[in-house]
Design a protein around this ligand. Structure first.
Ligand code: IPM
Ligand code: MG
Length: 363
């Protein structure tokens, strides 16, 4: 990559600053970038009284890509408990997704060979898992009308046909791409709760219709409760899972455990062509271990690999970074979240893991 690309860094809260700083060192070895740092979430609330400022939105809009750490923490939760109208860190994350129109969230789940033993699930069950959760990210219950009246609260869930069509197309196209690179046959599982919810019935009808544009892709429909069960009982049977915002949030945390740790799962949030993508680890801000130097930076590094591949079109740099992460795991280095106590493991903190990835990249 010769020209300088602009990446906005939004470290956020908790372990966010540590893992984003570690990932920045890695990116510096992989290309020529201008980094612009900004606050989001609780850090922005402390400074500006809001979880997301217009300035940050505008800077992100004109950048090539955005890398985010995590948002949230107990002090802001406590402020909201005292005053329900107080700003919440999560508003920063939801706000940037909405403002940039990042309607598709891609969460690939593929356990690294070296981590098969770190999963709480039996190795023979997860071996060979390679799935992609495509989560709708700017609609549904997250963005519906909500409120309280006396003793009652409500959160509305609505979806429109165009919202469902565009996320379905992302899923079918991803399935085709994956099939091509793997030499497998493309399959999409659309997840809903069509036995109860009207939005789910519209979802199912619409996905079925869009499937007509992709005759090569096999489509099946699964209820979300059944999917939660199937994900742990036969994860290798899934290829692409497409689902609405809330179901995708829940199922992707569950799927993360197939990789051994929530600390390993990267994600990409993308919108229409020309919009910069936002790349972030799926895990949260882990306030309990913030500042201790023990955070696992690998999901953020793998998110940076997605940034290189999908955000900047540099698949080669992305491959190099993913190989370096695999090699470091293969060498036995383990942050506490990945440790199983096996003899060939070397306990490590953020710094050691980062140094090892840098050394791999420099080889
Ligand atoms: C995620 C997170 C967020 C979400 C929270 C922090 C608002 O859980 O990215 O999965 O629910 O989308
Ligand atoms: Mg989540």
């Amino acid at each position: 990559m010769s020209e300088t690309r602009t990446i906005v860094m939004l470290p956020g809260d908790g372990i966010g600053p540590e893992i984003v700083a570690a990932t920045r060192q890695v990116l510096e070895l992989l290309g020529s970038f201008e980094f612009i740092d900004h606050l989001i979430g609780g850090a922005s609330i402390d400074q500006h009284g809001r979880a997301l400022t217009d300035e940050v939105v505008e800077t992100c809009r004109s950048a090539d890509a955005v890398l985010l750490g995590a948002v949230g923490g107990p002090s802001w939760d406590a402020a909201v408990a005292r005053d329900p109208g107080a700003p919440r860190p999560e508003q920063g994350l939801l706000g940037i997704r909405r403002e940039l129109g990042l309607y598709a969230n891609l969460r690939p789940v593929r356990p690294a060979a070296a981590l098969i033993e770190s999963s709480p699930l039996k190795p023979e069950r997860i071996e060979g898992t390679d799935l992609l959760v495509v989560r709708e990210l700017t609609g549904g219950i997250y963005f519906g009308d909500s409120g309280r009246s006396g003793e009652t609260a409500h959160d509305d869930c609505s979806y429109s046909v165009p919202e469902i069509e565009r996320i379905a197309r992302v899923a079918f196209e991803a399935a085709l791409q994956r099939a091509e690179s793997r030499g497998s046959s493309p399959r999409v599982t659309s997840v809903d709760k069509a036995n109860v919810l009207e939005t789910s019935r519209l979802w199912r009808e619409t996905v079925k219709r869009v499937a007509g544009e992709f005759p090569e892709v096999e489509l099946d429909h699964m209820l979300v409760d059944n999917t939660a069960m199937q994900l742990v009982s036969r994860p290798t049977d899934f290829d692409v899972i497409v689902t609405e915002n809330l179901f995708g949030d829940i199922l992707s945390d569950e799927a993360a455990m197939l990789t051994g740790s929530l600390g390993m799962l990267p994600s990409a949030s993308i919108g229409d062509d020309g919009t910069p993508g936002l790349f972030e680890p799926v895990h949260g801000s882990a306030p309990d271990i913030a500042g201790q130097g023990s955070a696992n930076p690998l999901a953020t590094m793998l998110s940076a690999a997605m940034l290189l591949r999908y955000g900047l079109g540099d698949g080669e740099a992305a491959d190099r970074l993913e190989r370096a992460v695999d090699a470091v795991l293969g060498s036995g280095l383990r942050t506490p979240d990945l440790a199983t106590g096996a003899e060939d493991e070397t306990p490590a903190g953020t710094e050691e893991v980062t140094a090892a990835v840098l050394a791999e990249l420099a080889r």
